[in-house]
Design a protein around this ligand. Sequence first.
Ligand code: Q7Y
Ligand code: ZN
Length: 688
Amino acid sequence: MTHKKVSPARLQKSELFSFFPGDCRTSKMGTALIYDEEMTRYKLLWLDPDCELERPERLTVSYEALVQSGLAARCISVPVRKATDDDILLIHSEEYLEAVKKTPYMTLEDLREFTLKYGYVYFHPNSYHCALLAAGAALQLVDAVMSGRVRNGMALVRPPGHHSMRSAANGFCVFNNVAIAAKYAQQKYGAQRVLIVDWDIHHGQGVQYAFEDDPSVLYFSWHRYEHQKFWPELRESDYDSVGEGKGAGFNINVPWNKVGMRNGDYLAVFCHVLLPVAYQFCPDLVLVCAGFDSAIGDPEGEMCATPDVFAHLTHLLMNLAEGKLCMVLEGGYNLTSLGQSVCVTVQSLLGDPAPRPANLQGPCQSTLESVQCVRAAHRKYWSCLKHAAEAPPSDVSTKRIKIEEKLQSGEAAEGKDHVTWPEPEKRVAPPVRTAVVIPEDVDCPDGCERFHLPNNARSRSTKEDFEGDAVTKLSSLTALVGEMEKNEIRNGLALVSDVSVALETVIKHATALKQRVLVVCVGGNGVMSHLPEDGTTLTVDIHKGALEMPRCKHYIPVSLKNGCGETSGLAQATFGLLLPLAYEYDPALVLLARFPGTGGPSEGAWQQLVSLLGGLARGHMLVLVQEDEKALVEPTASSLSGSPAPSLGQLPAPVADDVEALERLRLHLQADWTLLRTSVQESGSEDN
Ligand code: Q7Y
Ligand code: ZN
């Protein structure tokens, strides 16, 4: 099969329709799982301590974990195929392909010799076949997602791909599965912008090289670097490799200069680097180099992020590109950690509620150093980073190799065999996903259930009041929150006659139950009264107005010059402030209140907000909307019931005043909220 180059401009509307079936945004679509036992049928045939960790069991364990947990049965199984020569040649040279083609016929001796031409890779007579299947699996996944047969998916493959280069195998990788998939999506489906997120703990230098000067593919990679002391020890893996020529700004490297990074480090980089840029870029497709050697217990990565973190990383990517998200396995060498991480990731793809991000710590000094450097290196390319601080002075620069750091990683290495961590918690999706409290004359949206007050509660309240209706509604809200607490209902939407009154009632009820409540207000006038300021709630109030500094740590007014209707400003506030605050606060319940008026967000931005906040509080969120805004019922319910939010388009630069105000607010709050930090502390201690 050949891929005719399709110029998007020349596509007829009817052709576009066949690529993106009209109802693929609204219909519930599933999660693809691609796996074939054949890819377990190659292994290291000689002694090589550097290569022995890349074993067939990596795949069987991952797949078995999905089967055992019941997740595999919930996925749509998609068969692999062999990549064609044309597919491989999208990224690799003919000479290299021809050379690899000969490996199945080589003697053991020849294979060893062939292997020696490359770094940290081995060949087996079946390697070539498996490498074709691995690349083909990624392409099958792209086909399933781009054609709208599934929403998202994961391909479990061996060999991995992100280290392989145009004419070289490297780091266990033969063909660059994800790079091939990106090119294929562009050529076959006219995808104009592809985002590749590489969360493997190694730098996918092969992917970087493939798209270095290409602005249509944004490559983001974080990787263990240790000031170039960690494999592959490349100068070009550092933060200052930003891409070349037209591709300048479209290569983002976040070096980890220490081991032991935790969930808070990963989430900080997502909030302050990847997400703002990714939303500004507005991809048509997201591919993930899903390596799990970045999880705790991995002998290569030596990091401390728990498998649970992948639930959130995945969730945070699920509303880009209208949900078109393809995960392709790369590394991951601790079989326990790998199996758990794969399950956690697939479970998020399936839409199950994410676990609470328990005892999240802020990023460590080394992370802050890297984040500051990356943001500074990219601020001339991305308006969302325009306000970023200067790179730190050279004495804290990531380029300076400090002697004690080798010592530190040495210590960690000693202990790396007996790292333990708790098993990821069970994530139980409540029987009811989305309950609505809306007038009888408003249709119940698809996938939702009307919430009816239990009889006993109803009679009690009507007896007490003449305005039975309003009170019934308020009792319904508190009852609904009660059902969420019991995990009978995941989330809800209520049309109320007075958002403030409803909010106050629910807050009183929820805090009486000793729940931590995150209150997010949008579109109001910023004068919320009667909110507790004692830490039982955290309120973030995003509204039209001029900057004011918060009076306390738990009530945070976020003022935007033109209100939430300015999507770029809202995005800036969401990624830079709201999400980090929300993650650090770790609520048991999210209340999202939309005040009536003109300062409200666009429908798409509102849906993004609803979806993104759904990653907190095990998905327990109650959305309050003013009674007359009936047009919001459908889009809000759609996001609450798990449909990906629409794309916001390539975001323009936010209003300069907003950027400056948000920045000042962030600096003011970062003493109390460590996940807000994006630069090294002047007198920071190293043990943060
Ligand atoms: C590649 C990988 C791909 C030097 C150790 C070098 C290199 C291992 C390559 C790992 N003594 N190790 O995991 S995801
Ligand atoms: Zn790796």
